[in-house]
Design a protein around this ligand. Structure first.
Ligand code: NAP
Length: 489
């Protein structure tokens, strides 16, 4: 016979106070599960938006989509709002819903062990806690990737990764180098080409660039949003559907007309907006658009054509105290060198030590590469659920929407315990293997496998991302297939 569990007898630990951790707290409270804590290793909430403060930072997902569905914001300044505004939004929402008071700042969880049906948690500061559930909201692009370039430590000027920006370093009138031209490097270049006396962008591989204007919302528009909150909800829904039917479908079908349309727009952007034929050829990629994560920018081409800007396509030989020496022998003299070289995208909850019910460590389970059933649950890690975990829809969607859908799914797993069906549950090994095999097969049709290097690809060259349509993701998240789970008492 099943016996219902009172919600107040369930304790949840949320790891991380970024977008997904804040969301989890709000949703748990709403579901009557008020006994939870959020552990955050930093001294401030915000995750990605706390860490990435580089000049030019903005989100290239429309702001009215990159907002919680339950907390629309009539005050977004632009269609694609700057990073500081997004950070302020999360701080405001966390305060509004009383989440900020539930965060244990400066507490990095370094160990979670499932012992006798509960999770035992230890933080680096020595705090111990126990919980029935863990929600890992630890982010995706979180661990900076530093390039292996000889002499990096010899540079005499200021050197930092784009996600560790040193705001004490003056930029105006200085000589700035940027290594990397992904979404980050392109935004930095566009922002700094008008401030630096000399801006050198070190490009290893050209990028396709989708032009996208970014109009500011007028006061009248914001007033109308405030007066009619339902119009904001409708806008959120409309943009979401546009994304799902457009870009999301295109990337998973490399041969589609939609994909061709996107490529045509990028090509026209290059042809029409870069006037110097030599520069145009050096900016022209030799792989398909959106194979790498598509770069979206209204002003990158304009910036790189400024007299202050130089596109360096010679290979970097080494870093010297005075700057970057390229293979042609030229020394690019610099005061500041920014590493916009991306992130280690395969870390997820690691380096945290996670020990499951059989005593096996997550690091062993993921020795080859990370995997999880529907990116949420790992076999033998009962009641341990990830938001934006391995192989989920990342890259070009609103990760807020992804996390909201995932949380709705996780909530239904928690309900299994609440209703007394089991004390804990995790995806079965069989379901996880089948899911992994299916996604690897489906990935062959996607644009990400058409011949380029990118952070989407795992060590085998298989895209580690959701290879189906966004509609399918929504359907999968609507209701768990409980046959895919092992139930434990
Ligand atoms: P990224 O896309 O991984 O780009 C890293 C860049 O560094 C690439 O240009 C890469 O060149 C270059 N690089 C790496 N190692 C190098 C080396 N040893 N020598 C020379 N060049 C090297 O990283 P990211 O630009 O930080 O972006 C990561 C992701 O964050 C994006 O794809 C996106 O999903 C997200 N993001 C989103 C936004 C937004 O607006 N929503 C903004 C920023 C970032 P290769 O291309 O040759 O590998």
């Amino acid at each position: 016979m099943t016996r219902e569990v009172d919600a107040k007898d369930l304790r949840v630990v949320i790891i991380g106070a970024g977008m997904a951790g804040i969301l989890s707290a709000i949703k748990l409270e709403e579901a009557g599960i008020g006994n939870f804590s959020i552990y955050e290793k930093a001294d401030r909430l915000g995750g990605t938006w706390r860490e990435n403060t580089y000049p030019g930072i903005a989100c290239d997902v429309p702001s009215h989509l990159y907002s919680y569905s339950f907390a629309p914001n009539p005050d977004w300044s632009h269609q694609y709002s700057p990073g500081a505004e997004i950070q302020a939004y999360f701080e405001r929402v966390a305060k509004q819903f009383g989440v900020d008071e539930r965060i244990e700042f400066g507490q990095e969880i370094n160990r979670c062990a499932f012992i006798d049906g509960r999770w035992h948690i230890t933080t680096s500061a020595g705090i111990k806690d126990e919980a029935d559930f863990i929600i890992a909201a630890t982010g995706v692009l979180h661990h900076p990737s530093y390039p292996e370039i000889a002499g990096l430590e010899d540079f005499a000027g200021a050197l930092f990764h784009s996600a560790r920006w040193d705001h004490d370093v003056p930029l105006d009138g200085g000589r700035v180098g940027v290594i990397g031209n992904g979404s980050t490097g392109v935004q930095i270049t566009a922002a700094l080409a008008k401030r630096a006396s000399k801006l050198s962008l070190f490009q290893r591989t050209p990028q396709w660039v989708m032009p996208q204007e970014n109009p500011a919302y007028t006061e009248d528009e914001k007033q109308a949003f405030r007066a009619h909150p339902e119009s904001l909800r409708a806008l959120h829904e409309d943009i979401s559907n546009l994304f799902a039917a457009g870009f999301a479908n295109a990337v998973v079908d490399a041969d589609s007309e939609l994909m061709k349309g996107i490529e045509d727009q990028c090509l026209a952007n290059l042809e029409e907006n870069v006037s110097d034929p030599d520069l145009r050829e050096r900016l022209r990629p030799d792989y398909r658009a959106a194979c790498k994560r598509l770069v979206i920018s209204p002003d990158f081409y304009e910036a790189i054509q400024k007299p202050t800007a130089t596109l360096v396509t010679e290979e970097i030989e080494r870093i010297e105290p005075g700057g970057v020496r390229t293979r042609d022998g030229h020394l690019h003299e610099l005061d500041v060198l920014v590493l916009a070289t991306g992130f280690k995208a395969d870390r997820f909850v690691r380096p945290m030590e996670v020990i499951g019910r059989t005593g096996k460590r997550l690091d062993e389970a993921w020795a080859d590469r990370p995997s999880a059933y529907l990116s949420i649950s790992v076999p033998d890690l009962p009641n341990f659920f990830m938001l934006n975990g391995p192989n989920g829809p990342v890259g070009n969607f609103s990760l807020i929407e992804v996390a909201e859908l995932q949380f709705g799914y996780i909530q239904q797993l928690i309900d299994q315990v609440r209703s007394g069906e089991c004390r804990s549950l995790s995806a079965s090994a069989r379901a996880t293997e089948d899911f992994d095999a299916a996604r690897v097969e489906a990935a062959k049709k996607t644009i990400w496998t058409t011949g380029c290097r990118s952070w989407y690809l795992d060590d085998r060259g298989v895209p580690a991302t959701w290879p189906w349509t966004f509609d399918r993701f929504r359907e999968e998240m609507a209701e768990p297939d409980l046959a895919a789970y092992d139930f434990f008492d």
